[in-house]
Write a protein that binds this ligand. Structure first.
Ligand code: AMP
Length: 555
């Protein structure tokens, strides 16, 4: 197919912003596209040349493009840069600067999608010495076949800057409309195959029946099932009970495909990161006992292989982005994987199975080691037990917990409510300790539960706002007791009143209205972040601050 046809569609799309109109234009166009060109057309319409999961990457920046334009126009690069600056767009600048150059070649040969595809495929594989020059030649050749209007869009396409707003939704609806198929089936097929071009071809040739048969396969990422948010453990248990509670590890989702000895690793955004994590590929090869499998987990950057404490996400992000000197990065930023699902095994999709059974499969096929693990999990309907598990997760430096429906299938690409994330609100409060309770049993000699207070900005009085007790180690109880015992003003039963002097920074899951405490609010699951030795009680947070936080959450 000639590129000019696509260019005129681009031009129409550029002038509108209504989704409905876009769908209509795209669907009208799809109707005319020959079957075997649908994959390219669909990709190009979305402003991409390769799917995100392809190992191929264009990676053409403005610098290289300017050189190609310069070679073709004979103009110095500075002139081209100036024009780009004036127009604010490389495509428009190229169109204007090359207008006279193209006319002579207009009648020679028409630019086709195949030609673009072929050149860009060759270009994407180039590396090493002389690569840059050859890349410029491939671009130059394409430009020389193009009309001025085609140049505008070709340049933007190569730079991956088309930005026409033709996203997945528009393409899905356009396919449904053009080939009279069910949009839900288009979505489902895409979720499993991550290839809208192929989905379009099947829709056109085989209709709904063909779409229904779409299946996942190893080597091509499946869209991941997403989580909804629950406000609390109780909230999650209201949706399903008992539930599986797992640690919510703070890293990045990773989908691991195994086909014999071949391993593919994909992110949640379907990017191929196999090269970035050679150690994970090795674990998967050795420790997944199946001929073929797709499993999911969370990859987490850790401080060291000795202590396994999670590191900030930015460190992991460096691993994901790094394309060279990988060996060095493997040493510098070690990672571990916590697996939590198995969706494909020995040639068959398992997404229809209940979560409980998928987890069993996972446990069966994975031989765990320290850095290739299965996520910690408890199954319970008891909010107390789940709450303890939650505190334990936070204490270990993880983000929170996931609550999962034991009976639910896996639904690719959707937030259907089969799993919920529960994590604390991150904004901490600095609060004053105004009371405590002596512990029970083994903890009888320690002050074990601490009454927290905020400042009333009007009167300056301290108003209670919650109790903090779980999540301390014995050592920490001991230290707190040591710190507080000289401040005890009076004692009734096990309850002590403290002279306000210690300020603590507290994280929590939620702020609720509550008649139990003087402030009228209660913190849910408060936990100690640290003792603010640098703060006096007048530096603690006020009730106004609490209300502001609450407002901002609602907002
Ligand atoms: P969020 O990104 O906040 O929507 O939370 C969902 C994400 O949590 C998932 O996409 C995973 O990357 C991550 N996650 C961490 N631990 C788990 C777990 N045990 N089960 C499922 N997802 C998890």
């Amino acid at each position: 197919m000639e590129f000019s046809k696509l260019a005129s569609v681009y031009q129409k799309l550029e002038r509108i912003s209504s989704r409905l109109e876009m769908t209509s234009i795209v669907s009208g166009f799809l109707d005319e596209v020959p079957d075997d060109e649908l994959p390219e057309v669909i990709m190009f319409l979305q402003g991409r040349v390769f799917p995100p999961w392809s190992e191929k990457e264009l990676g053409i920046g403005n610098r290289l493009m300017i050189k190609a334009i310069s070679r073709m126009s004979g103009l110095p690069e500075e002139r081209i840069e100036d024009r780009i600056r004036e127009r604010g767009d490389t495509g428009l600048a190229a169109e204007e600067l090359l207008v006279n150059k193209t006319q002579t070649t207009l009648f020679l040969e028409k630019l086709t999608l195949q030609k673009i595809s072929s050149n860009l495929n060759k270009l994407a594989g180039l590396m090493g010495k002389g690569a840059q020059d050859r890349k410029i030649s491939y671009i130059h050749e394409l430009l020389s076949f193009a009309t001025p209007l085609e140049i505008r869009y070709l340049v933007r396409l190569i730079l991956e800057e088309l930005r026409l707003g033709v996203g997945r939704g528009v393409v899905r609806d356009a396919i449904a409309k053009a080939f009279r198929v069910d949009a839900v089936l288009v979505d489902r097929a895409y979720s499993l195959t991550s290839d809208m071009g192929e989905v379009a071809r099947v829709a056109k040739r085989e209709g709904n029946t063909g779409l229904k048969q779409a299946e996942m396969r190893t080597g091509i990422p499946v869209e991941v099932m997403l989580a909804q948010k629950a406000n609390s453990i109780e909230d999650a248990l209201e949706k399903f009970s008992p539930a599986a509670f797992e640690i919510k590890y703070d890293g990045a989702r990773i989908q691991i495909h195994k086909e014999g000895n071949r391993i593919f690793l994909f992110t949640r955004r379907l990017e191929n990161v196999t090269n970035q994590f050679p150690e994970i590929a090795e674990y998967a090869r050795d420790q997944i006992g199946a001929k073929s499998a797709i499993v999911e987990g969370e990859v987490v950057a850790i401080e060291s292989r000795a202590n396994r404490r999670p590191r900030p996400f930015q460190d992991l992000s460096r691993r994901i982005k790094r394309k060279y000197n990988i060996k060095e990065m493997v040493e510098k930023i070690p990672v571990e994987v916590n697996l939590f699902d198995a969706i494909y095994l020995d040639g068959r999709s398992r997404i229809g199975l209940e979560f409980m059974k998928r987890r069993k499969l996972l446990e069966k096929i994975v031989s765990r080691t320290e850095f290739f693990r299965i996520s910690d999990e408890i199954v319970t309907s008891d909010p107390g037990e789940a709450g303890e598990f939650y505190q334990h997760a936070l204490k270990m430096g993880h983000e929170g917990v996931m609550a999962k429906n034991l009976d639910a299938p896996y639904q690719p690409g959707s937030r259907v409510g089969y799993m919920y994330k529960i994590k604390p609100i991150m904004e901490t409060l600095d609060l004053v300790l105004v009371g405590a309770t002596w512990g029970e049993g083994r903890r009888a000699k320690w002050l074990a539960s601490y009454l927290l207070a905020v400042i009333d900005p009007d009167s300056g009085r301290l108003l209670t706002i919650g109790r903090m007790g779980t999540g301390f180690t014995d050592e920490e109880f001991k230290d707190m007791t040591e710190l507080l015992k000289d401040n005890v003003l009076e004692q009734v039963g096990k309850e002590v009143k403290l002279k306000p002097s210690v300020v603590v920074e507290v994280a929590y899951e939620e702020i609720q209205r509550s008649p139990t405490y003087e402030s009228g609010y209660a913190l849910r699951f408060p936990r100690l972040v640290r003792i603010r030795e640098d703060k006096g009680i007048n530096d603690a947070d006020t009730l106004t601050r609490v209300e502001e936080i609450l407002e901002s959450i609602k907002g």
